[in-house]
Design a protein around this ligand. Sequence first.
Ligand code: NAD
Ligand code: ZN
Length: 238
Amino acid sequence: MDAQFDRVREILRGAASVAVLTGAGVSAESGIATFRDPDGLWAKFSPRELASMDGFLANPERVREWYAYRKTVATTAQPNAGHYALAALEQQTNGSFCLITQNVDRLHQRAGSRNVLEVHGNLIENRCNDCEAIRTDDVLVCPLCSGAMRPNVVWFGEELPQDVFAAAEQAAMTCDVMIVAGTSAEVYPAAGLPYTTKRYGGVVVEVNPNPTALSSEAHYLLTGTSAQILPHLVGDVP
Ligand code: NAD
Ligand code: ZN
């Protein structure tokens, strides 16, 4: 591997605090479609109809059906080498480690990552629209308050879970290095986290096969897929 890899590996080994930000691209090699790539989900489905409160109110069955489909895809998919490498990186880090993910598929946790912040929620849980109770079964009406149960994901126009995002911002501010993998870096506020790291003096490393909104700002660009690149960073690939 080239000098860039050696340098990034060295930075990771010396870091007292490592943060990682992942997006849909990290799960592409597990067979889960991304959103914004040409063959991604938004090319086939309308975001407004499927991932917004208006869409849910207009046609809850349709929205629930789409999320049930995505949940089946996620639970039958397997973590790939990129997910496993990030779990290994957490184990190897001598200090604090935080994995911030925009993914809702739970593959990081299934690969063994422990300190995971799901800033866009997940496909596994449902949440009451009124009292915010969380359930993992598929009841349609909240047993506590009779509110409508909905997927526990962040929809267009919605706020991110406040405490989770505050922890992500804290990690972005305090990390020595942030790896940004498989995200188009276009969806705010998550896309702002690498800029926070940079502003606070941390190193930003991007892992992506394609240029993104962040590429010109990152200190290191490792071009390739996450399953190809990430294992090289944890040192179990020569
Ligand atoms: P995105 O679809 O906007 O961008 C995907 C990025 O991944 C692109 O930059 C692309 O170049 C890159 N990519 C494609 N294949 C890759 C690979 N093999 N390895 C590494 N990178 C690869 O995704 P995003 O930035 O995460 O968009 C954010 C929204 O998409 C989030 O809200 C998230 O909840 C949602 N989403 C999640 C999943 C999932 O959980 N797996 C799937 C689709 C969308
Ligand atoms: Zn309720």
